[in-house]
Design a protein around this ligand. Sequence first.
Ligand SMILES: [Zn+2]
Ligand SMILES: [Zn+2]
Length: 233
Amino acid sequence: MEFFYPSVCLGCGKDTESLPLCTQCLARIRVVDRDFCELCGRPIRGPVHTSFCTACLKRPLSLARIRAWAMYRYPVDELIQAFKYNRRQGLSAFFSVRLEAVVQSDKFLRSADMIVPIPLHPLKRWWRSYNQSALLAESLAKESGLGVAYLLRRNRMTRTQTRLSPKARLKNVQGAFSLRNKVESSIIAGKKLILIDDVITTGSTLDAAAKVLLDAGASQIYGLVVGGAWRER
Ligand SMILES: [Zn+2]
Ligand SMILES: [Zn+2]
């Protein structure tokens, strides 16, 4: 890796011995390991006698539980952008060690049977030449010993969710996923599956994918992401 890339921090650009981030930028990562919503994983501020965030109390997702390793803000946003768009596939190793620690710390995720990546639309996959969620899944599989199951396919190009309102996001992903053609429902029936993706915003993408797997007979769906792009409140 160092042959191709200068050893500079992916956050601040300073020379560093410790890739992908210098020690100062590493220290700025905000890991989400306590006081989070028991359903969607977002941090809850204030008195922590509540277990669920207001979004989940209003409209719970179909996933039993979601965990994010860290907040999607500096420097994790820089890492994920590099991972997705600048061909820094090697970052999957950095992420998967952290994701495996999340899985091991969580009694729900720890009980899962398989890892399922969120698919990209084939055109986008071709354009980018790799699916970042699949890389994360494969890398986490090596860490955890769990298998990766490619169960889902993306039916149509969905617009990038970033600039859409929560309502528009929901509509945008409705019907976006279905089971791949040759997937036998016996693989899924009664299974606990970890859906893996790079970033969560409203959770509507994970939710749409989870519904397909639940309809196919999965017993529980968990979500696991690198970054949570929730609004700070
Ligand atoms: Zn730095
Ligand atoms: Zn929540």
